[in-house]
Write a new protein. Sequence first.
Length: 471
Amino acid sequence: MTEKITGYDIAVIGAGVTGCAVARELSRYELSVIVLDRESDVCEGTSKANSAIVHAGFDAKPGSLKAKLNVRGNSMMTELSKELDFPFMRSGALVVCTDEADLPKLEELLERGKANGVPGLRILSREEAHETEPALADGVCGALYAGTSGIVCPFGMTLAFAENALANGVVFSLSNAVNGISRTDDGRFLISADKGDITAKCVINAAGVYADKIHNMVCEPSFTINARRGEYMLLDRSAGSLVKSTVFQLPTKMGKGILVTPTVHGNLLLGPTADDIGDKENTATTRGGLDTVRKISALSVKGIPYNQVITSFAGLRATGSTGDFIIREDEKVRGFIDVAGIESPGLTSAPAVAEYVRDIAAGILPLKEKADFIPTRKGITLLAMLPDAERAGLIKQNPAYGQIICRCSSVSEGEIADSINRPLGATTLDGVKRRTGAGMGRCQGGFCSPKVMAMLAEKQGIPIAEVKKNG
Ligand SMILES: Cc1cc2nc3c(=O)[nH]c(=O)nc-3n(C[C@H](O)[C@H](O)[C@H](O)COP(=O)(O)OP(=O)(O)OC[C@H]3O[C@@H](n4cnc5c(N)ncnc54)[C@H](O)[C@@H]3O)c2cc1C
């Protein structure tokens, strides 16, 4: 990765799903683009800690950007997951009602969904709901069914955008925090970052919970971002088939409520809570938060084996003061595009947000399509997903694929080496985990971490004690 110090057409600040999707979209055009992130890997912010649901789009207020980009993003997901090779399943969702007095709220959601253009919505009676998901709690008295809802690997999706953008010429400058932005005499932006100054004709602010801080470096304050924490419990794969679709409760003004969902990796996920905490760094889980997850999840699904919890985590929603996604060129500072307040459904909307930002960028710079754009990307081959014969063939070609390092998730030395050696490869334990699943299983890396650390140390030429868990 060679970094030009100066002279980019576009600088994207933030390598979460939003920044990476935008970068990938812009890489279709003859532009020089750099993505800057303060962390040492992509997907280190909110994009790594969320519910991983591709929302159908019945929840957002009709006419809002959230509604429009959610539904568009959802409709793009099947094709995109094939093109960029990331895990996505259209597994459906139920919004369950546990109090007969609330049944009209399901109708309201149905109407809102129709107004947003969501296909495949229908109301299920008590009996139909229990038939669809036999593990629903006895108190469930009706549900809204959304057939277009799905589950995705948020790391897989973000990495796919990033790797494809990289293959199409985008520069990734990681461990490079932006500390200030000003305008030069010739109307460019001068970005001062940890690794030096960068100039760009256009800046795209995709800095998640810090998007207000980045905005205020060069624009007049016009919005704030509050960190709303959501806590989760992740259960072992042995619990993953308790439900086959995502089970939501009725949404509140704080969010979509506590859900119970299978993940694309076969686990069961419970959460999130919703607490306005203000602290933009605080992703700690709390006893109170996890107790709430436990108590409320049991209202919608019965028989959740809470003794199968393998880890807990929390993510921070970047809740904007306008109530909607804030995606616009600043009125006074031309060429500065905010992509802010990207809370849920930000993961779902990412590809549609990218198109929307491209259209704004087209009003700032000429966008000429590249003749040699590479639209596809191939992810790491995960051997556990392959039929026996195919797996045996790969092991014959490279015996490292036969050396299992992560026993819980059956990840081999060969796959871990691939994750470290590929372009934009892993440099930390968490980086390997997000790319291969090693350390994501029942023992949470207790067994495989030393071996993964040794491989990272060898690649980086550093003592094993200097290998980091994350950025
Ligand atoms: C609890 C919870 C549940 C959610 N569930 C869902 C869901 O099921 N479905 C869905 O569609 N959406 C969901 N979301 C929303 C979704 O996760 C987010 O909208 C999305 O991940 C936001 O991505 P982002 O790239 O905008 O932000 P981030 O992923 O936070 O990326 C921002 C990046 O900016 C970088 N940065 C910040 N400051 C600087 C700086 N000064 N210099 C350089 N880099 C900087 C950070 O390091 C970070 O990598 C959920 C969110 C939460 C918190």
